[in-house]
Design a protein around this ligand. Sequence first.
Ligand code: SF4
Length: 333
Amino acid sequence: MNGKLGNIVKNYLKGNLRCAEFALTNACIAKCSFCGIWKQTPKVYVDTDKALRAIDRLADFGVAHMCFTGGEALLHPHAVEIVERASKRKINSAMLLAAPQLLLRNDMAKRLEAAGNDLVSISFDSGDPEIMAQSRQIENIMDDLARALEAVRKTRVKTMASVLIWNGNFDKLKDVCDEAVRMGFDFISLNYPTFSESTVYELGGEGISLSPEQLIQSLESAIELKKKKGCRIINAASSMRNIVNYLKDPASARYHCFGGRHVMFVDWFFDVYPCMQLPDSLGNILTMEEKALDIAPCNKCNMSWYRDLSTFFHGPRSLPMILEAAASSGKLL
Ligand code: SF4
């Protein structure tokens, strides 16, 4: 067991395993129709020294898995240094990005590997180059993506296609997943569309205006895909079923969300939120006490990362998720 996996297991057994999404900047290259962050002014980049302290505090609170996000986290001039601190604290890390060309600049793939980064998760909405370019407003994005994947393949860092379920792909997930595999992604994660109430992390828009029935149809097709041997989708089928139940009737969701308690969002002001969805901060990571994270479970939305990870914290009822994760994506850690 490597040190980071050991850290996850140790914190899990102690009951205080936490996962965090840490947004390093609101600056972005893409102009996605379902996100308002790229329109924000002024552009804010986290202070590097404070970010390193924030990582130490998060590690002390039990954070053992962290996603670096933005905006576009790799636009932060010291993103690699920040990743390196996470690795030193045995935090498994994923770098999220929408603009794959960032992996091709400044030897970034190799520098991330040297910093101990575990995974790059790249937005992948469609196998069609024109739709991809249109949806992210980045010309030639597919060519950049192919070259970025080739660069990352030469390192130990794993790659994940981050597939947002949206109006253009909800009924063709198999095609999108097949194309992600053909391009060489190691894993696929599905993101369930959501409209946030947050003024910091603005999510929503016409492109993701799916009806609950359309999203249910899409998730049911993903659950079928999960039955196929070698499927690279990491979302647990049991968790997707939970979201299907939620969409049919929120009261029938068996697994509530531990936003704040076990999963959290830290923004570019170091303010901590239960998730990217809710508008009220729980405190500032540089000054807050750990007990501020002990908030009641929530069942207010279907946001994937928060809902999926929360299913692992339900005691014996989490066993199906744990077994599934161990079987299907053990190589992720
Ligand atoms: S259910 Fe949604 S709104 Fe509630 S904490 Fe989880 S992600 Fe946030």
